[in-house]
Design a protein around this ligand. Sequence first.
Ligand code: SF4
Length: 334
Amino acid sequence: MKTAKFWHKTDDGKVQCDLCPHGCVIAAGRTGICKVRGIEENELKALGYGLISSAHMDPIEKKPLYHFYPGKEIFSIGGWGCNLGCVFCQNWTISQQFISESTRRAPEAIVEETAKAGSIGIAYTYNEPLIGFEFVQDCARLAKAEGLVNVLVTNGYTRPEPAAELFPLIDAMNVDIKSMDDAFYRKQCKGSLDPVLASCKQAIAAGVHVEITNLVIPTLNDELRLLETLATWIADNLGKHTPLHLSAYYPQYKLKIPATTTGTLEKAYEICRKQLYYVYIGNAWTSAGQDTRCPDCNDTLISRRGYTTKICGMRNGSCAKCSRKIEGIFAERP
Ligand code: SF4
C-alpha cells in the first residue's frame, strides 16, 4: 500500500492528514472524511491509489471546459470518495462511498491507454481527484513526459502546499465554486469557502487554464445577489476572461427540491455577463449561453448543440471577423 504524502504525527503520537483543510486526525484502522486516506502500520496510506471507478473518452466540453481544445475528446478517469459531503452531489454513487475491491491500475497503464485512445490527455474527474493526490501526481508526471495534457475537475478544497506541488503539472482545471456564501458550504457541503477561492487564485498564478462552474440550486444558492458576487469575485481575482459555467441542478442524493428552471439560469446568465466575457449555461437547453461569442464584435466563434461543437468564427486563436485574441487554448493538438 502506497504511503501517503502530506501528514505528520501529533505530539501525542496520532497521525494527522495535511492534504486538505479538514486536517483529519485518524485512529488506527480508520480513514479520514474522504474515506480513501487511512492509517495502516501507524502511517497514513493512500488507500485509493490506482483504484478506478470509471474510465471513458469524453468530450472536453463535458468537464466542462469550453476554452481548452474545444471539440476534442479526453480520456477521463475517476476513483472513489470525496472530502466534501454535498447533499446535492450529482455523482454520489462514487463520491460518497469507497469500494476497495475495484480494479487497481498502474499510472503507466493509464498513460498507455490514453495515448492509444488518441486522447489529448487525461482528465481526473467524476469524484474529487485531489484526495487521490499521489496517483494523480504519478499519472500527471508520466503524461506530461509523453506530451499529453492533464486536466483536473475539482472542488478546489485543498491546502496550498499540495497545490504548489501538483499545479505545475496541470494544464487546465474546472473548479466548482458552489456558492459565495460560507454558510452554504458549511451546511450543505460540510466544508468552507475560503480554501476554494485560494486554490483558484493559486492555479491562475501557476499558469493553469481555469474555468469555473456554479451549480445553481433553487432556493439554496440562486439568489441573484450571490451570483453577482461570484461574477465580481471572478472578474477581480481571476480575470474577466475566465469562463463561468452556470449549471442546472437536478434532484440527486439527499436533495429532492425541483430542478433549476431555464428562467433562473437565463437571469443568472444576464447578471454574470455584465462582468465576465464568457458565461455559459450547462445541463439545460437554452438559446443563450451555449455558443462562444467575441466580446468585442459579438460574432459567433464556436457553436455548440449538446456536445456537438463547431469552431466556426476563429482563426489562429482570434476572432476571424475583428481579430480580437480569444482567451484559452485553441490549438489542434497539445
Ligand atoms: S484528504 Fe481526506 S483524510 Fe486528509 S484531511 Fe482531507 S478528508 Fe481528511
